[in-house]
Design a protein around this ligand. Structure first.
Ligand SMILES: [Zn+2]
Length: 345
């Protein structure tokens, strides 16, 4: 059905728009006759943002704030639109400031959750902890696993300021431990603090413990362990750690790292056995298949095979978010897609 153009666009006409372009056109006409309709302005701004013009959207939404007699609900709606414009523009800090304004006017759960996600993405753990505590209060709870994760991340963020911040980092880690002693992230961070504090052996112990007790989270420490032991030439020790871990659970990432070590030691046939195991349990990805092929034909060129394997950021076995299915070649603590924590396997 074609829209019959009338001299004046009315509200019901807007509902008939068949495309975003038509809706934009109708909204502009409608606004000429109804300059005080905030809803239509909001809609137009959102449309501009969706069209990839967030700067224009932001300008339009900001002019709305200057309108007199905005009730609180409407003002919150406008601020939410502004925050989304900032996020689209990559201005996370401005988005967070806007959400602070929103929660001060209307302390709703969804706004606090958005604010928490923003602070997490900024790595501002103090503010994230603060917002998390407010959310917990809304639930009449005092702590949960997420709060423990934030404390552990705060401790982790202090690792680069070792040894000056050692005690502060330890204090945050203890808080995380008190809430959730079994959190694998705690062992990861403890190892990091030891390493940055120059206590390599204790770091290795913490990461080894993580591999044994939380093998599913192996991805957190495999590269770290390898960085530490590989450069010291401690291949055999690394091999032993991986073999011990595999006695507990056949984790594909651990197997991939073990193959890497075996190739470094020139043990082609053992590497081949593990590769067969990976293929039989994990499926024959293109990467794994081509690696197998290389191993077969390039008998004298283990160097090339090793380069191909590139366990670190290996394309052969990507990390996958258990929550949303997002795949990454890097091991990540928080999923960039769904923002869940420790969800990669
Ligand atoms: Zn995810």
């Amino acid at each position: 059905m074609r829209l019959r153009r009338q001299p004046k666009v009315e509200y019901k006409d807007l509902l008939l728009a068949e495309s975003p372009t038509e809706l934009e056109h109708l909204l502009r006409e409608y606004l000429e006759a109804h300059p005080n309709d905030i809803w239509a302005y909001l809609k137009l701004g959102n449309l501009l943002r969706e069209k990839g013009e967030p700067q224009k959207a932001l300008r339009l939404h900001q002019t709305l704030l200057a309108k007199p007699k905005l009730d609180r609900t409407t003002k919150v709606k406008v601020l939410k639109a502004i925050a989304r414009d900032y996020i689209e523009l990559g201005k996370t800090e401005a988005a967070a400031e806007t959400y602070e304004q929103i929660v001060s006017m209307m302390p709703e759960r969804s706004a606090y959750e958005e604010l928490l996600r923003l602070y997490e993405s900024m790595g501002d753990w103090d503010k994230a902890i603060d917002v998390k505590n407010k959310l917990l209060r809304l639930d009449k709870k005092s702590e949960d696993q997420h709060l423990a994760i934030l404390y552990a991340m705060k401790a982790y963020s202090l690792a680069d300021e070792m040894p000056a911040k050692e005690r502060e980092a330890e204090r945050y880690l203890k808080m995380a431990e008190k809430i959730y002693p079994d959190l694998p992230l705690i062992l990861y961070v403890r190892g990091e603090l030891h390493m940055k504090g120059g206590r390599n052996e204790l770091a290795v112990d913490a990461w080894k413990q993580l591999l044994m007790e939380h093998t599913d989270y192996a991805y957190l420490v495999l590269d770290k362990l390898e960085d530490l032991l590989f450069k010291e030439g401690r291949f055999s020790e690394l091999e032993l750690i991986y073999e011990d871990t595999l006695k507990v659970a056949r984790n594909p990432h651990v197997i991939a790292h073990l193959i890497h070590i075996l190739l470094s030691k020139g043990e082609k046939s053992r590497a081949m056995e593990y590769l067969d195991e990976l293929i039989s349990s994990y499926g024959e990805s293109d990467g794994l298949r081509s690696l197998k092929y290389l191993l077969h034909i390039e008998t004298n060129d283990i160097e090339t095979v090793r380069d191909e394997l590139r366990v670190r950021g290996s394309p052969f076995i990507p990390y996958k978010c258990e929550n949303c299915g997002y795949e990454s070649t890097m091991s990540l603590m928080q999923c960039p897609n769904c923002r869940s924590w420790l969800s990669f396997r």
